[in-house]
Design a protein around this ligand. Structure first.
Ligand code: MOS
Length: 732
C-alpha cells in the first residue's frame, strides 16, 4: 500500500479496540517465565556447546602474538576462533567497529577470539589461558582535548544555516553564550547481548536479541559472506534494547563462527562487564549554544554547535537536530563536528540526537528566560513556530507544543514556582520547579506483515517486527482486531522471525506507528480477499462482531476460511507525503525536586510529562513507554556517566554497580498526559512515535529544577553532589 495522501476515515477510527488501555498480550508469558529470551533456547539445539569471548586488553595497537596452546589443551575445549582462522570476514553496512579484531586493535574489549567448550565454565576457564602480546600505540580518549581537531563529518546534514546568525547574534539586545557537556552513556538494558547459532548444512539459524531483524540478518550474511536467504534470525522476546541491539554485534557473529568451527550449536552471551566496552554507547558531547533575543523575548538568533567523537570512519551524535526545528527565529546556525576518539564505538542510544541535544538546549532556554525576566513556560510559548524555521515553506503536519505547556502548567501547579531561586523550603530540603520542551522527530518506515484467517475465525499476524518491551505484540493485535471486526482473543501475533515479512523494526520511535500501519495494509488486503470469497461485491462491506456485513446480508467471518486459510500480505510504503510535511512529536516535562541543603543530594519529587504525538494506540503501553523515558531522563540528569580512563582508553565503571541508573526508590509519582490528537499525515493509523519523546528534555527539566531550588547552575552532566556542594547557599 502506497501511503501518499493524508489518511481519511478508515476502520481504525472506530476505536473499538485501538486506543483502549489493554493489558499486554505477552504479559502472562513474561511474568510466568515462559517467554523465551535469547539465552534460553535450550530445546532448539541438542549437543549444545558454549562460547566465551576474549577481548582486547589494550585500546589501540596491534597483536604481536597469540598463544593458544594452553587454552586448546584445557578440558572441554572444542574450538578457538580468531581473526587468523575465521576466514575472510566482510564488513556489514551498519558497523564501524570490527566485531572480530586482530591483528589491528581498534578499541578496548574488542573481541579477538572466541573459545568454544562443552560447558560455559570450561569455555571461560580456557579463555583465561589465551596469552596475547601487543604493541600499543597512543590513542585519543579525551573529547575536550580532541575537540580542536574535530572535523565536519561527510554528511550534508552536519551543518545548517538560515539568515545571518553572526550579525543577528552580535546585535541582539539580550544574549546568551554557554557551553554544556554530556558524558558517555551506556544503554544498560536488562538483557545482555546473547545468541544461539545452529548450522544445518550451509544454512544458519541464530536465536538472538535484536531490534532490527532485516538489517541484522543482512549484515550477518554480509559479514560471513553468505546469501541472505541462508540466514535465519529469531528474536521474538527482547529484554530491552535502547539502541544497543539495532545492529549486528559480536555475540551473533562469534556464536555463528564458533558453531561452524566446533561443528556444534553454540550459545554465547556477552557478560555484563564485557558489554560496556565491547558494544556501543552514546558518545559524550560538548555543546555551545548561543541565543539572541529582543527585550520582549523574541528569539532573533539561535546557534547550536556540537562536538562528539567516534572511532575512525564513525558517526557524530546529532545533538543539534532539535535546534533546527524547535523554536522560531530568523537567523540560525547549527554545526556538527566529529573527533576521532579511540574508545568503543559510539552509536544510537535512547533517542539519539535529541536526547543529548535537549540536555543542553533546554538549560540554555531556562537561562535565557531568566535573563529576559520571563517565565520559562511563557518564553517557550512566545517562540513557538508552526513551520520549519529553517525552511518556512514546510509546515509541521501537526504541532501542539503550546498546548502541552498550557495543559502541563495547569495540571502541575506551575504557578507555585517562584522566579527567584532558593525561595521554597521544606525543612532541610530546598524545593524547585523545572520545565523543558520535549521534541523528537517522527520517522516513518516501510513495514510489511502477513495476516491469515483460519476456519476457527482466528486471525494470525506474522511480521519480523520486534517487541523490545514496548508493547508491539499488543498494538499489532489491536490493529488486526479493529480491522477485522473481532476481539483480541481472536488474534494471534508472531514476531521477530526473519522468515516473516520485513517490518520497520524497533528503533527511533518509528516502530509502533509504522509496524501497525503495515498490519493495517495487510488487513485491507485480507478484507478484500474475504469479501471476494464470500461473494460480496458491495463497496459498503463492514467487518464487525465477527461478522462480514453488507446491506442486510451478514456472514460469520470464519466462514470465508472453511475450505482453507485465507492469507494476505502487504507492505506500507510512503510516497512524497512523508517529505512534504515536517513530522515531529512534542511534549513538555515538568519536574519538582528537593535538594538537601546540607549534602546537595537531589531527590526528584514529582514528574509530569505531557505528550502530543498523534493517536495513542494503547494508552497503557504508551504510558509505560513514557514513564520509562522519564526515568531514563532522571538517570541522565543525576547519575549516568561512563567514567573514561583517559590513559588506557576504556570505560572503567563497566557494570551495573559502577554505572548507575535510577532504581524504584529514585523515582517518585510520575504522571503522563496524552493530548487527544490524530495526525493523518503520518500513516493510516494517524499515530506517531511516542516512546523516545518521553525521555527527550527530561534531564534539562531536572537540571532547571535543581537551579530553581538552589540557584546553582550546573552545565556539566550528571548533576552530582560534588559539583554543587561548595556552591550551595549557606543555611541561615
Ligand atoms: Mo533507538 S536508540 O533508535 O533503539
Amino acid at each position: 500500500m502506497l501511503f501518499d495522501r493524508p489518511a481519511t476515515t478508515n476502520p481504525i477510527d472506530q476505536m473499538k479496540v485501538v486506543g483502549k488501555p489493554l493489558d499486554r498480550i505477552d504479559g502472562p508469558r513474561k511474568t510466568t517465565g515462559t517467554a523465551t529470551y535469547a539465552y534460553e533456547w535450550h530445546d532448539e539445539a541438542l549437543n549444545l556447546a558454549y562460547g566465551y569471548v576474549v577481548g582486547s586488553s589494550i585500546a589501540k595497537g596491534r597483536i604481536t602474538s597469540m598463544d593458544l596452546r594452553a587454552a586448546k589443551a584445557a578440558p572441554g575445549v572444542l574450538a578457538i576462533v580468531t581473526a587468523e582462522n575465521a576466514g575472510k570476514l566482510g564488513k556489514g553496512e551498519m558497523n564501524t567497529a570490527t566485531l572480530l579484531g586482530g591483528p589491528e586493535i581498534e578499541h578496548y574489549h574488542q573481541a579477538i577470539a572466541v573459545v568454544v567448550a562443552e560447558t560455559f565454565e570450561q569455555a571461560r576457564a580456557a579463555a583465561n589461558l589465551v596469552k596475547v602480546a601487543y604493541t600499543e600505540t597512543p590513542g585519543a580518549f579525551d573529547l575536550s582535548k580532541e575537540r580542536a581537531a574535530a572535523v565536519k563529518p561527510e554528511d550534508s546534514e552536519a551543518d545548517t544555516q538560515a539568515g545571518n546568525f553572526t550579525k543577528a547574534f552580535a546585535s541582539a539586545p539580550v544574549q546568551l553564550d554557554e557551553t554544556y557537556t554530556t558524558p558517555d552513556h551506556s544503554h544498560a538494558m536488562m538483557e545482555p547481548h546473547a545468541s544461539l547459532a545452529v548450522w544445518e548444512g550451509d544454512e544458519l539459524t541464530v536465536w538472538t536479541s535484536n531490534q532490527m531483524i532485516a538489517w541484522t540478518r543482512g549484515d550477518l550474511a554480509k559479514t560471513l559472506g553468505m546469501e541472505k536467504d541462508k540466514v535465519n534470525l529469531m528474536s521474538p522476546f527482547i529484554g530491552g534494547g535502547f539502541g544497543a541491539k539495532l545492529f549486528l554485534r559480536a555475540d551473533t557473529v562469534l556464536a555463528a563462527l564458533g558453531a561452524k568451527a566446533a561443528g556444534r550449536p553454540v550459545k554465547l552471551a556477552l557478560s555484563r562487564p564485557f558489554v560496556f566496552n565491547n558494544t556501543t554507547h552514546r558518545p559524550a558531547t560538548i555543546q555551545r549554544i548561543r541565543i539572541g533575543a529582543t527585550p520582549e523575548g523574541k528569539i532573533t538568533a539561535i546557534g547550536h554547535e556540537s562536538w562528539s567523537g567516534d572511532l575512525p570512519d564513525g558517526k557524530p551524535d546529532m545533538a543539534v537536530q532539535q535546534t533546527r526545528l524547535l523554536y522560531a527565529g530568523e537567523n540560525r546556525m547549527t554545526t556538527t563536528r566529529l573527533a576521532v576518539i579511540d574508545l568503543p564505538e559510539g552509536n544510537a542510544m535512547r533517542a539519539p540526537g535529541e536526547a543529548s541535544g535537549l540536555m543542553a538546549l533546554e538549560i540554555a532556554m531556562d537561562e535565557m528566560a531568566e535573563k529576559l525576566g520571563l517565565d520559562p513556560v511563557e518564553f517557550r510559548i512566545l517562540n513557538d513556530t508552526q513551520v520549519d524555521p529553517e525552511n518556512p515553506e514546510k509546515k509541521f503536519s501537526h504541532r501542539q507544543l503550546v498546548e502541552c505547556f498550557r495543559t502541563g502548567a495547569e495540571r502541575f501547579g506551575w504557578n507555585k514556582r517562584t522566579a527567584k531561586p532558593g525561595q521554597i523550603r521544606d525543612g532541610q530540603w530546598m524545593l524547585g520547579y523545572g520545565v523543558a520542551s520535549a521534541f523528537r522527530n517522527n520517522m516513518v518506515m516501510k513495514s510489511g506483515a502477513r495476516v491469515r484467517l483460519d476456519r476457527d475465525g482466528l486471525v494470525t499476524v506474522e511480521t519480523d517486527m520486534t517487541d523490545i518491551g514496548t508493547g508491539s505484540y499488543t498494538i499489532i493485535a489491536q490493529t488486526a482486531a479493529e480491522m477485522m471486526g473481532i476481539g483480541m482473543t481472536q488474534v494471534a501475533v508472531n514476531l521477530g522471525d526473519s522468515r516473516f515479512p520485513v517490518s520497520a523494526g524497533s528503533g527511533g520511535q518509528w516502530g509502533g506507528n509504522s509496524s501497525t500501519a503495515g498490519v493495517y495494509a495487510a488487513c485491507v488486503k485480507l478484507r478484500e480477499a474475504i469479501g471476494q470469497k464470500l461473494g460480496f461485491n458491495s463497496e459498503e462491506i463492514t467487518f464487525a462482531d465477527g461478522q462480514v456485513k453488507a446491506g442486510n446480508r451478514s456472514v460469520p467471518l470464519a466462514q470465508a476460511a472453511t475450505d482453507g486459510d485465507i492469507v494476505a500480505e502487504d507492505t506500507i510504503d510512503y510516497g512524497e507525503i512523508s517529505k512534504k510535511f515536517q513530522q515531529s512529536t512534542f511534549g513538555a516535562h515538568f519536574v519538582e525536586v528537593g535538594v538537601d541543603s546540607a549534602t546537595a543530594e537531589v531527590r526528584v519529587r514529582r514528574m509530569l510529562g505531557v505528550c502530543a504525538s498523534g493517536r495513542i494506540l494503547n494508552p497503557k503501553t504508551a504510558r509505560s513507554q513514557v514513564i520509562g523515558g522519564m526515568t531514563m531522563g532522571v538517570g541522565a540528569a543525576l547519575m549516568e556517566e561512563l567514567a573514561v580512563d583517559k590513559t588506557r582508553g576504556f570505560f572503567v565503571n563497566h557494570d551495573l554497580a559502577g554505572y548507575e541508573v535510577p532504581v524504584h526508590a529514585d523515582i517518585p509519582h510520575q504522571e503522563v498526559i496524552f493530548l487527544d490528537e490524530t495526525d493523518p499525515v503520518s500513516s493510516p493509523m494517524k499515530a506517531k512515535g511516542v516512546g523516545e519523546l518521553g525521555l527527550c528534555g527530561v534531564a534539562a527539566a531536572v537540571a532547571n529544577a535543581v537551579y530553581n531550588a538552589t540557584g546553582v547552575r550546573i552545565r556539566d552532566y550528571p548533576i552530582t553532589l560534588d559539583k554543587m556542594l561548595d556552591k550551595l547557599p549557606q543555611i541561615s
